[in-house]
Ligand binder design. Structure first.
Ligand code: AMP
Ligand code: MN
Ligand code: MN
Ligand code: MN
Length: 277
């Protein structure tokens, strides 16, 4: 079984390391097949690919698209697409514009709690101002000493029901799948174990995704328990999805697992990388 990591972030979105360093870490950790999947942005792909051109690592283009489904944020990973696709680039660009608008609203709501200067503070952490996101706000609130770590900031401020959370209109599942397929790539539901949907809603998500031609789900994810792995391997078989595997690495000390250090896929599922061109 090759060592595979098809879900990683760089400072182009909300990771801590520049794309070149994430690529070098993949090589150092002996990853055979590696995709960089920044949120809603492709700018890290070229530098990462160039860094690995003379290495044994097989580099796959990737992106993690923010969508809204049933009123909540869901992530769809796109893999092995043509990064020059106009429809994909236009779609991602519209998401980035929306992120800046949302960040202003998040800052307003946090300022109402008495946390001043939070927009500028979060921006200091955004390597790419258009990719401003909740992780950058979280890092700034840790810097202020409001919480002890990024995870506690999310729990107390940045998830639905908490004061810094802002409802936002992201694209639809159909949009994301069509942009990825239009660019010749494969669409993957990211970390299905992380969503707060009811069981019946998860079934609806999988059925809609299958009906749209969705290709795979992450069976192995840095945020999946052993039970999640068993559950989602069963889902993959039931719905005819291929199985993907990704750490969701964001940087040293801020990730569930190290880049490339993941369990192997369970038997009986078909690896998504068998589809790669
Ligand atoms: P955004 O795209 O700006 O809404 O932020 C989503 C990102 O926030 C995810 O990709 C993770 O990097 C991070 N995130 C979401 N939930 C949590 C959590 N509970 N703890 C830590 N980081 C989280
Ligand atoms: Mn992230
Ligand atoms: Mn995600
Ligand atoms: Mn991710």
């Amino acid at each position: 079984m090759p060592i595979v990591d098809l879900h990683c972030h760089s400072s182009v979105s909300d990771g801590l390391l520049p794309p070149e360093e994430v690529a070098r870490l993949a090589e150092k950790n002996n990853v055979d097949i590696f995709a960089l999947t920044d949120h809603d942005e492709l700018a890290g792909l070229r530098p990462a690919a160039e860094c690995l051109a003379a290495s044994k690592v097989r580099f796959i283009t990737g992106v993690e698209i923010s969508i809204e489904w049933l009123g909540a944020q869901v992530h769809i990973v796109g893999l092995d697409f043509d990064e020059s696709s106009e429809a994909l680039n236009l779609g991602l660009s519209s998401i980035r514009d929306g992120r800046v608008v949302r960040a202003r609203k998040m800052a307003e709501s946090l300022e109402r709690l008495g946390i001043a200067g939070v927009f500028e503070g979060a921006m200091k952490y955004a390597g790419n101002p258009k990719l401003i996101g909740r992780a950058h706000f979280a890092r700034y609130l840790v810097e202020l000493g409001v919480c002890k770590d990024v995870r506690s900031v999310f729990d107390s401020y940045l998830v639905p029901g908490k004061p810094g959370y802002v409802q936002h209109c992201w694209p639809t599942l159909a949009d994301a799948v069509s942009w990825i397929h239009g660019a010749g790539g494969f669409a993957v539901i990211a970390h299905p174990g992380r969503y707060a949907f009811k069981k019946s809603e998860m079934k609806r998500l999988f059925a809609e995704f299958r009906d749209l031609g969705g290709d795979a789900i992450e069976v192995i994810s840095g945020s999946h328990s052993n039970d999640d792995i068993t559950t989602f391997a069963r889902v993959a078989r039931e719905y005819g999805f291929k199985a993907s595997c990704g750490s969701d690495f964001h940087g040293p000390g801020e990730s569930y697992v190290e880049l490339g250090k993941l369990p192997v896929l369970p038997v009986g599922v078909v690896p998504v990388w068998e589809l790669f061109k």
